[in-house]
Design a protein around this ligand. Structure first.
Ligand code: 1GP
Length: 249
């Protein structure tokens, strides 16, 4: 089954938990340990990537991760589209909250021929940056302003436009290490108005917040930073349980 169809099926059944692995900061041994610990403790999938990609560990880490887990391994290229064949799919992001052509279509054009060459599944992703109370790496690196956190109507209009343009999934991101995650009422409003699955990340620092965002309607909750600081299997289990236990309508 195509990874996107798998994600659709997963989103229909329950809210899901994705662990983000930033290949910049770890070696192969750590990458395998990270991926296995996430899988063994209830994660439903792995996103691999980050907004900088400072090292050349990306592909070698991705390869060992893919070889060691059964859950979907999806490239989350940050704002620069890194492509590799060692993944189930790539979230091909367009930063729809920006007005920067390089982030809207330029990076994707650079990535596309390689995606085709590898026969890699590309999932067209509307990436929306939401203001988190501070400037984040991704705001800076994409030279773009985030959507104000109190402007639900603007956020909904972006999500709707993305759906009409044929995007497959929405990624609401407050940015890595965000002080405030995306507000619940913004998630609720977006879900009320569109039929696409929603991935939500940025500043999810404990299972209670994760559950809250899943209850607001996010289909996939992402944690990055918090596990990078401490790869705690008990915490991963708690994240997974709190997200999985949310009743869906
Ligand atoms: C960032 O959504 C991800 O793009 C994850 O954010 O590192 O704050 O968990 P955190």
């Amino acid at each position: 089954m195509k990874t996107y169809n798998k994600l659709l099926k997963m989103a229909k059944e329950r809210a899901n938990y994705l662990c983000l692995i930033d290949p910049d900061k770890i070696d192969e041994k750590q990458a395998v340990q990270y991926a296995k610990t996430c899988e063994e403790n209830g994660a439903d999938g792995l996103l691999v990537g980050g907004s900088l990609m400072l090292t050349n560990n990306f592909e070698s880490n991705l390869k060992v991760i893919k070889g060691n887990v059964n859950i979907p391994v999806i490239i989350f290229p940050g704002i620069f589209n890194f492509v590799s064949k060692y993944a189930d799919a790539i979230l091909l992001l367009s930063v729809v909250s920006s007005r920067n052509p390089q982030m809207l279509i330029g990076e994707q054009v650079r990535a596309a021929p390689q995606i085709k060459q590898y026969n890699l599944e590309a999932i067209g992703t509307a990436y929306m940056l939401i203001d988190s109370g501070q400037n984040t790496s991704v705001n800076f690196m994409s030279s773009s302003f985030p959507i104000p956190r109190t402007k639900n109507d603007i956020a909904v209009a972006h999500a709707l436009a993305s759906q009409y343009l044929g995007m497959k999934i929405i990624y609401l991101d407050a940015g890595s290490g965000a002080e405030y995650p995306v507000p619940d009422d913004m998630i609720r409003e977006i879900k009320k108005n569109i039929s696409l699955p929603v991935i939500l990340g940025g500043g999810i620092t404990n299972p209670k917040i994760a559950a809250q965002k899943a209850a607001a309607g996010a289909d996939f909750i992402v944690t990055g930073n918090i596990l990078e600081k401490n790869l705690d299997s008990k915490l991963i289990r708690e994240f997974a349980n709190s997200i999985h236990n949310i009743k869906r309508k």
